[in-house]
Design a protein around this ligand. Structure first.
Ligand code: XMP
Length: 582
């Protein structure tokens, strides 16, 4: 399908959000690197240059093929995209006296097609320091904010438009209307995209690609692989579609049974569970370092997948492999850096690489975003319990079961206690691995942020919300990733999951990891950490607070689990902490 709109990715975290918003408006859009040669963009009705973290005047910052501004397609620059247009067309860009982050009030200075029907001062969302301080020849300024003199600009004759703010985020309430004005008013796009109603076409494509061959799937119980599998099942019938699910022993309570029952209900007849608990737990015995854990789990996945493919002769003859790869996974700059690693581990093992090289791979969802996959899934009649699942990391509970490498006391400091359990954080592009600050009162969000930012030894702050012992009486013990602790975590996770489902708290969060840390007393050596967060794509995350009475009820239940000493609440956004602790 030929996209009407291409979003040129200049490294911005909202790049995919722009394409998704365009699609939500019914126009098929793709994402390409900003430097894509303009010859490859012919036929587009419009181009959107995304934001990005760089400065246009620095060497090696993202740019565009100069011809991009002359293809005849209308162009909309957003944030860095505006600065890049100004810089390339003879305007001027400089570092602002101060940054402008968050809400701003846009005064629109005159009529413009992208602001059609939008009058009066507008709330917009800004995130920049660099600023355009002189429009290029032929352009006029379209508006300003208190901090930004040229918050939008236009050259109507060349159909070039730009905005310094982000129309694609919800914090710009009329942003959708501005995008619609650009698409339909300026570019003349037609509505050609609706993820609903595409099932027939997808099934036809699957039948054509498969020919006489059968399809083999590794499924995870997640949304993408389940929807892709179901499409193939419908296209080819249950006799021709095989599925395998690897039970690593690092799954949540009831997970394997749940996945099995779902696939049975979907109509799968050739479905097998590969029991690999002993293999995974054996390989992880005595391992404490998070990266080593991830590495070992990746290796074990490779081994099991290769074995299943070999034993079933799925690498030969009449077989092709199906995968639930979705659009952001196919783009180098898309997803998180970790998504790449995940792919190497799970989707791109050597045997699978051979199938890809031989053209024996079918990925029916590569055009779709996650929300669109969910819509396809709903249309296929897949149950909401699968479609609305929170993301769950491939390495499973292993990276939520923290191990201590020796006994250590908590250290009293002015602000609280230093808990000698290391967790991973992220700042800029670099990883940190530091102890945690523990406190026993509820700070405001701003106070919590100040605490982490103010103590360079830590990258995370947690609040003890309830416990059989106080922080002063707790210590950290040497502990491993063993069956007892995994079961303890599994229990705690199940309690939290049931509780958040019953209270509908789960609809308020994007993900709710539950972590076990080796802090407690000799009788009760572990504590549970609650980590509910909200996020768009996992790249950044905000803490979601639970109402106090609810929290104390949940904590009470968790303290009833054998071996659990305390219940902590993680109060750290990402950055500086990552969502998972390891
Ligand atoms: P972090 O911890 O980096 O997590 O803030 C961001 C998102 O990615 C998920 N995650 C993973 N998912 N395999 C996965 O399939 C992994 O190895 C992995 N590591 C982190 C995490 O749950 C969160 O949603």
């Amino acid at each position: 399908m030929q996209p009407q709109i291409t979003v040129l990715d200049a490294g911005g975290q909202y790049c995919h959000l722009i394409a998704r918003k365009v699609r939500d408006l019914g126009v098929y859009a793709e994402v390409r690197p900003s430097e894509t040669p303009c010859a490859e963009l012919s036929g587009r009705k419009g181009l959107i240059i995304s934001g990005g973290p760089s400065s246009v005047y620095e060497p090696d910052s993202p740019t565009i093929d100069p011809g991009t501004l002359q293809t005849g397609a209308a162009v909309l620059g957003i944030c860095y995209g505006q600065q890049l247009m100004a810089y390339m067309l003879g305007g001027s860009v400089r570092k602002g006296d101060k940054g402008e982050y968050g809400f701003a009030r846009l005064e629109i200075s005159g009529p413009a097609p992208i602001f059609a029907g939008i009058e009066g001062p507008q709330q917009v969302w800004m995130s920049h320091r660099d600023t355009v301080d002189g429009v290029p020849p032929g352009f006029r300024s379209l508006g300003q904010t208190a901090t930004c003199e040229i918050a939008a600009m236009a050259d109507d004759s060349r159909r070039l438009y730009s905005v310094q703010f982000h129309p694609e985020v919800v914090h710009t309430p009329r942003g959708n209307d501005m995008l619609a004005n650009f698409l339909f008013g300026v570019c003349g796009c037609e509505r050609d995209w609706n993820p609903m109603g595409q099932i027939e076409a997808l099934e036809r494509q699957i039948r054509e690609a498969a020919g006489e061959r059968n399809i083999f799937f590794f499924v995870s119980g997640g949304v993408d692989s389940t929807v892709a599998y179901t499409l193939c099942l419908r296209a080819l019938g249950p006799e021709r579609v095989y599925g395998a699910y690897v039970d690593t022993g690092l799954m949540r309570e009831g997970e394997t049974e749940f996945v099995e029952s779902v696939f049975r209900r979907l109509g799968a007849t050739h479905f097998r569970v590969e029991q690999a608990q002993r293999q995974f737990l054996g390989a992880l015995a005595g391992v404490r370092d998070p990266e080593q854990k991830r590495h070992i789990i990746g290796e074990q996945f490779v081994e099991v997948q290769e074995r299943v493919l070999r034993e079933g002769h799925f690498l030969e003859g009449n077989w092709i492999l199906g995968q639930g790869t979705i659009y952001p996974d196919t783009i180098e700059s898309g997803g998180t850096a970790k998504a790449e690693v995940i792919k190497t581990h799970h989707n791109r093992v050597a045997g699978i690489q051979r199938l890809i090289a031989a053209g024996r791979l079918i990925e029916p969802l590569t055009q779709f975003y996650k929300d669109e996959v969910r819509r396809v899934g709903r249309e296929l009649g897949i149950e909401a319990e699968i479609l609305e699942r929170h993301p769950f990391p491939g390495p499973g509970l292993a990276i939520r079961c923290l191990c201590g490498d020796g006994a250590a006391q908590l250290e009293r400091i002015e602000e609280g206690w230093i808990l000698p359990v290391h967790s991973v954080g992220v700042q800029g592009d670099s990883r940190s691995y530091r102890p945690v600050l523990a406190i026993d009162y509820a700070p405001s969000a701003a106070e919590a942020a100040d605490l982490v930012n103010g103590i360079s030894r830590v990258n995370r702050v947690v609040q003890l919300v309830a416990g059989h012992a106080s922080l002063a009486a707790m210590s950290v013990t040497a502990s491993a990733l063993d069956a007892v602790r995994l079961e303890r975590l599994r229990r705690a996770d199940a309690v939290v999951r049931r509780f958040s489902h019953e209270t509908r708290f789960d609809s308020k969060v994007w993900q709710f990891p539950v972590v076990l840390i080796p802090a407690g007393t000799p009788e009760r050596p572990d504590s549970v950490v609650l980590r509910p967060i909200d996020s768009v794509d996992g790249m950044t995350a905000q803490v979601v607070r639970m109402e106090e009475s609810m929290l104390s009820r949940l904590a009470g239940e968790l303290l009833g689990i054998d071996g659990v000493c305390g219940v902590f609440y993680d109060l750290t956004n990402k950055p500086p902490a990552t969502i998972e602790w390891e």
